[in-house]
Every structure is written in C-alpha cells, then in structure tokens.
Design a protein around this ligand. Sequence first.
Ligand SMILES: [Zn+2]
Length: 175
Amino acid sequence: MKREGLLDLNEAVQHPGKKLAFDVKTELQQEEDIDLLKPVTGEVRAVSTGNLLLLEADLSTRAVFECARCGAAVEIDVEFSMEDQFAVEGVPSSYSHEGYAYVVADEPEPMFQDNALIVDRYVRQGLILNLPSQPLCSGSWDGPCQNEVSTSEQEAPSGHPAFQSLGGLKSEDEE
Ligand SMILES: [Zn+2]
C-alpha cells in the first residue's frame, strides 16, 4: 500500500547493500514560511549497511525571498544536497525468514513511519538548512539593489552620471 507523502524504503532496509533511487516531487503544502514558486523536485537514494540506513538526496526548487538589503521580493533558485543516516535495528528479512529490520524513529519529529520516509518532513529539513542566508535582489553585494537603480533613473532621467551620484550623496546627507 502506497500512502500519500511516504517513500517506502522497506526493500532497502530488509536487503542491506541494495541501492534504491526514487524521483520525488513535493509542494511542501504544510510549509508556510517558505514561498515556493514550484515544487521541490529531485532524487532520493537509499542503501542500508545493516545497522544504518544511508540517505542521499539532490533536490532543487525556486522560491521567493526578501532582499537582505532593501527588502524587495527576489526569486532565487535553490539547489541542495542532503546526506543523512538513520539507525536500523532488527535482523533484515533477507538474512532470516523470521527477521524484520526497522528504522529507529527516536527524533521528536520522526522522519520515518514504519520503514517509509515521510518525504515532506525530510525535504523540508534539508531546504531549511540550505536557504540562502543573505538573498540579494541584485545577486551580489557589489552592485546596487534593483530598486535603487530604477529610483535614481526616475529622479534624474537626464544629466551627467557624475551629477546623479552627487545627487544620491546629497539626499543621503539630508536623511
Ligand atoms: Zn535589494
């Protein structure tokens, strides 16, 4: 039975060494703090060592952030990779007919339900850790903010560039 939002990794858990790969796609509908412009998509890979379930993910999305300098909305592509490991207990069924290995879910907010990864919870954790720390509408600290460029053009549509920059200094002094 495939449940919504769960990635069944039981086959990897019961067969150490067997590598699984899945395409994932989620809109993180429970996420209210991040304004996604498109779903988070990518690949999640899983393999068990017997004692540990190793997960890797390569994911990307596009979201709206606030410029760290001027506060304007800025759209930024976010690409990130994740590597995590989860403790596994029990004997894998591939080792013993009566065996059953399971991922230990001891976090306050478990990432697993039985041996299925709760995709949104896992993806969200990776996304939060990989958000741009200082998003800038201009793309870098070197150039001015987008709205500063357009504002100065509106105030001084003509004239020598040197006078435009003098005007900018003057208005800063007045403040
Ligand atoms: Zn800005």
